[in-house]
Ligand binder design. Structure first.
Ligand code: XIL
Length: 372
């Protein structure tokens, strides 16, 4: 054997031994391991889709290990930021298609579905939409925005979050819809939602259309959501699905909260709507909640006790989701791993910063198999 070949052999043998040792410590999760049903999407197939949220900000955004994780665990992706009004449509005549197109192409190449997020929001929306606009001008801009964006990806999407977070966090004086006082609300009025749904339907006659919000599963905000959804339906808004974001924490998911989540699913089902859990994460430390401005600290490994508590909560959530699989068509995690999370520092996902499965993954798989 020539010297160089000998060296290559030694290196590959060393690599092989290291890989074998690693495989003994940590369950592998690559495509080759699908038979071990360590895959979320495999375990939940025939019940609901399992999603993640991410963007291809650069062509080399993800490491091979991350790409392997995406393809082996998830069958639907939501763009975390790139299709929001601000990033995709920063000026009236400027559209940024590179990142959204990269994502949709990746999904199509890998038989993964794509859900669009989001057409109308009070946040991540540039001021040009509202500058000098009366109701008619604002609606004309909204129509153009939705027609262009939904039309661009017509036939390629499995759903669109049409309106995001329209209900206020502060309980109103009256028990009403309590809509957030956004620019859309102030300039167009409360029918901006119905209009947005109709524009989306005009642009794509068959794509599912969602209303998406956080904390709508309990308390005053849940009551507001029921009033709002009933009005949308009676006004002829072509809404198919309500998205419960699911930004929760280990501490706020107590027995009462589980009952409220279950009741909310049943209430939405009674309105003939499908339910999706659209932005699931369960923080170990600190508050959950969907408000912007969560912690962005470095990832500190949590204790074994904290990981076990998180696993237990995730398992209970998935038992509930499986029980209501007739109403639920998708469960999407908001991020790929604890390093790629808007709640980075609070360790909210089921893969750690090194893409390794946390105890929550096995707990979910066990719960799903038991509840099936
Ligand atoms: C977050 C993204 O994850 C962050 O990267 C971004 O800086 C702010 O928005 N509710 C939503 C999501 O509907 O769009 C938000 O995503 C999280 C809260």
């Amino acid at each position: 054997m020539a010297k160089r070949q000998q060296r290559d052999f030694r290196i590959s043998r060393r690599k092989f031994l290291a890989a074998s040792a690693a495989a003994l410590c940590v369950p592998s999760i690559g495509a080759g391991a699908a038979a071990q049903t360590l895959s979320l999407s495999e375990a939940c197939k025939d019940m609901f889709l399992i999603g993640t949220a991410l963007d291809f900000r650069t062509p080399n955004e993800f490491t091979p290990a991350e790409l392997d994780l995406i393809k082996s665990q998830f069958n639907v992706i939501t763009p975390e930021n790139s299709m929001k009004p601000g990033p995709v449509h920063p000026q009236e005549n400027t559209w940024n298609w590179t990142q959204p197109e990269a994502l949709v192409t990746f999904c199509q190449d890998n038989h993964i579905k794509t859900v669009g997020h989001c057409l109308v929001w009070h946040s991540q929306t540039n001021p040009w939409f509202f500058q000098g606009a009366d109701r008619d001008a604002a609606l004309a801009r909204l129509k153009d925005h939705i027609h262009t964006l939904v039309g661009h990806f017509k036939g390629k999407m499995s759903g669109w979050d049409v309106v995001n977070e329209a209900i206020s966090d502060t309980a109103g004086a009256t028990n009403g819809e309590n809509l957030r006082s956004s620019q859309w609300f102030q300039i167009v009025g409360p029918d901006f939602l119905t209009q947005a749904f109709k524009f989306a339907r005009e642009a794509d006659p068959s794509v599912p259309l969602h209303y998406n919000d956080y904390n709508i599963e309990s308390g005053a905000k849940h009551q507001s959501s029921l009033l709002l959804l009933k009005r949308l339906i009676s006004d002829g808004a072509p809404i198919t699905t309500v998205g419960i974001q699911g930004h929760w924490s280990v501490t706020n998911l107590n027995a009462q909260k589980f009952e409220q989540i279950e009741q909310a699913i049943e209430n939405y089902k009674a309105l003939q709507l499908k339910v999706a859990i659209t932005e699931l994460d369960v923080t170990i430390t600190g508050a959950g909640g969907g408000q912007l401005g969560g912690q962005q600290a470095n990832v500190v490994p949590p204790s074994a006790e904290a990981l076990a508590a998180q696993a237990e909560v995730y398992a209970k959530l998935f038992s509930l989701f499986v029980k209501h699989r007739d109403a639920i068509d998708r469960v999407t995690f908001w991020g790929l791993n604890d390093r790629r999370s808007w709640r980075r520092g609070q360790n909210p996902l089921v893969f750690d910063g090194e893409n390794k499965p946390k105890p929550a993954l096995q707990a979910i798989l066990d719960a799903v198999n038991k509840a099936k």
